[in-house]
Design a protein around this ligand. Structure first.
Ligand SMILES: CC(=O)N[C@H]1[C@@H](OP(=O)(O)OP(=O)(O)OC[C@H]2O[C@@H](n3ccc(=O)[nH]c3=O)[C@H](O)[C@@H]2O)O[C@H](CO)[C@@H](O)[C@@H]1O[C@H](C)C(=O)N[C@@H](C)C(=O)N[C@H](CCC(=O)O)C(=O)O
Ligand SMILES: Nc1ncnc2c1ncn2[C@@H]1O[C@H](COP(=O)(O)OP(=O)(O)OP(=O)(O)O)[C@@H](O)[C@H]1O
Length: 521
């Protein structure tokens, strides 16, 4: 496998600049970066206007790190193409640079996104799950697929175990990284790319120049109100995905009322697939609707039955119907499956092959991941960190427990604090015991965050507080019986705890695995 450092087949930067009437001598750059800290020998650094800073401040830093070429914005047409030198580096002024960053990065990477079947997923919850389910199904059906999102850049080769290529800081990385990572996936033999489009990423245009074939929307509930001024603005940011280049298909969650606005604003000629895990009534309505409108398809799940390890249900769709057994916990994973399934059907993957691939699915690490125990209750490690996700996770867990359901969670610091008491309320309502602990408290005191969560909890008899996360898990575990279930929410796959702005190593999945094994032995 090529490492991230390997040189990719890229286009000459001089030929790209020539499109904009900027003529420079043949100059080879190895990569394009928007962050001076990632610049290396032979990089092109593009000074991008961010939300709080302008990349122009970091030109010298990029040059110190080895950047050979730098593009900086000018609003003066006469300065367009002006070249200054600093040591051996060239700094080129570019008129309205911001509008062309996507094109430049895309052209440098041979417009790779045009050559991949790209599925972009947005929504408050389920993006990572859908992206990974989609890539896994694709690989099982014989088409290698890559993923870009919260879990970094991944690759699902057909007939082999998935590969983690690299970690990313953001769910939706910056423009230069998006094109570069897509190129890596292509280089590994990827035919499909499943990407997570976060509301921040869409609002900050991190998908500029990226061609998307299928846009999928999972759901909308409250999150990120520290960044978006209102829920309406947050919803609008998500709908920016509709403006992405190349969209031919939309996959929408018909059970979420926000989907109506997606339908209203859908680009002309897109084919829309409506998914539903709701009751028969809505399902037959969708079916009838799709029959009378050639722009609509449907994909619905009927009669779900929950088993200890997942669910069985019938899929009815514009492409056919079949009974399936899904080895993932929770009703929301049925919805996630339908979204991934429909995206692939729209792109021409065979219904029968997809149906055969469903029982082979593996869960996404840290998403409703069950650690079984013989002597005590099982533990589920989950990434729920929004009110809706916590509710869905606990409702799902309830379907798999006969004894006591305990939830252990905290909330992140320096982020939307209005969700804290709501999460407290949901925990009290859906679990028998609530243990509050620390999450990534960042610059806040964990005690203050816990106090905010407690505002939503009235039955104090249900409540325990244990600041130290592993102690909270251990205590709950040792006090549990075999028919009890413990859900530890918030950290999922992450391998750190961010306290006082310092990231300490912390791997909850490893800890829980050890704990359940130790006591077993
Ligand atoms: C608030 C926010 O979204 N910030 C993101 C944003 O930063 P920014 O626009 O403020 O960048 P900036 O600091 O103004 O810098 C401007 C430019 O200078 C560059 N720079 C900056 C510093 C430096 O030393 N050298 C340098 O070259 C930056 O790379 C950037 O190109 O653009 C950066 C590059 O794309 C992101 O890394 C950064 O994410 C920060 C780390 C972050 O925490 N973002 C979170 C809120 C986020 O985006 N989350 C979503 C997922 C949300 C979800 O869970 O659904 C995500 O997609 O990750
Ligand atoms: N379709 C869904 N609806 C509601 N909750 C969901 C759904 N899918 C997953 N969840 C819950 O949300 C949590 C996060 O899931 P996932 O990582 O797939 O979402 P995400 O949108 O990628 O989140 P993030 O943007 O924070 O990375 C899961 O651990 C689970 O508890």
């Amino acid at each position: 496998m090529p490492s991230n450092e390997d040189k990719l087949q890229t286009r000459s930067i001089a030929s790209i600049l020539a499109i904009f009437d900027i003529l420079i001598a043949a100059t080879e750059v190895d990569n394009i970066v928007l962050d001076s800290r990632s610049a290396k020998h032979n990089s092109l650094f593009i000074a991008h206007q961010g939300t709080s800073n302008n990349g122009a401040k970091y030109v010298q830093g990029a040059i110190n790190n080895g950047a050979k070429l730098v593009l900086v914005n000018t609003n003066n047409t006469e300065q367009h193409g002006q070249v200054d030198s600093v040591g051996e580096a060239l700094i080129i002024s570019f008129f309205e640079l911001e509008k062309q960053i996507g094109f430049i990065c895309s052209a440098f990477h041979q417009h790779v996104s045009n050559t991949l079947q790209c599925v972009a997923i947005t929504g408050t919850n389920g993006k990572t799950s859908v992206a990974h389910i989609c890539a896994q199904l694709s690989a099982s059906c014989g088409e290698n697929a890559g993923t870009i999102g919260t879990m970094g850049v991944g690759f699902y080769p057909k007939k082999q175990a998935p590969i983690k290529i690299l970690d990313t800081i953001n769910t939706t990385p910056d423009i230069a990284c998006m094109h570069q990572f897509a190129h890596l996936v292509k280089q590994l033999g990827g035919r499909r790319l499943c990407i997570e489009a976060s509301s921040h990423g869409l609002h900050q245009k991190r998908l500029s120049g990226f061609k998307v074939d299928v846009a999928a929307f999972t759901n909308l509930t409250q999150d990120h109100l520290d960044y978006h001024p209102s829920l309406n603005e947050y919803a609008k940011a998500k709908r920016l995905l509709l403006k992405q280049d190349g969209i031919r298909y939309l996959v929408l969650n018909a059970d979420d009322k926000e989907s109506h606005r997606w339908v209203e604003q859908a680009p002309e000629h897109t084919i829309i697939c409506l998914c539903s895990v709701n009751q028969r009534s809505s399902a037959s309505l969708l079916q009838a609707y799709a029959k009378h409108n050639q722009h609509y398809k449907y994909c619905i799940a009927l009669n779900p039955r929950f088993t200890p390890n997942g669910s069985t249900f019938k899929i009815k769709s514009s492409w056919g119907q079949a009974s399936v057994s899904l080895p993932l916990i929770g009703q929301f994973n049925i919805a996630n499956l339908l979204t991934a399934f429909s995206s692939l059907l729209l792109q021409g993957v065979s219904f029968e092959r997809l149906v055969d691939a469903v029982p082979l699915l593996n869960g996404v690490p840290g998403r409703m991941e069950v650690f079984e125990s013989i002597k005590h209750g099982n533990i589920i490690v989950d990434y729920a960190h929004t009110p809706d996700a916590l509710e869905q996770a606990l409702l799902a867990a309830r379907q798999h427990v006969t004894g006591k359901l305990t939830v252990i969670f905290g909330c992140g610091g320096d982020r939307d604090n209005s969700k804290r008491s709501q999460m407290g309320k949901i925990a009290e309502l859906c679990a028998d015991e609530v243990i509050l602990t620390q999450d990534n408290s960042r610059n806040e005191l964990p005690e203050d965050i816990i106090a905010d969560i407690q505002q939503g909890i009235h039955q104090k008899s249900k409540l325990k507080i244990e600041l130290e996360r592993t102690s909270a898990i251990k205590q709950a575990y040792l006090n549990s019986c075999t028919d009890d279930l413990i859900v530890v929410a918030g950290k999922g796959h992450e391998e750190y705890l961010e306290l006082k702005s310092v990231r300490e190593h912390y791997n909850e999945r490893e800890y829980v695995k050890q704990l359940t094994m130790e006591v077993r032995g």
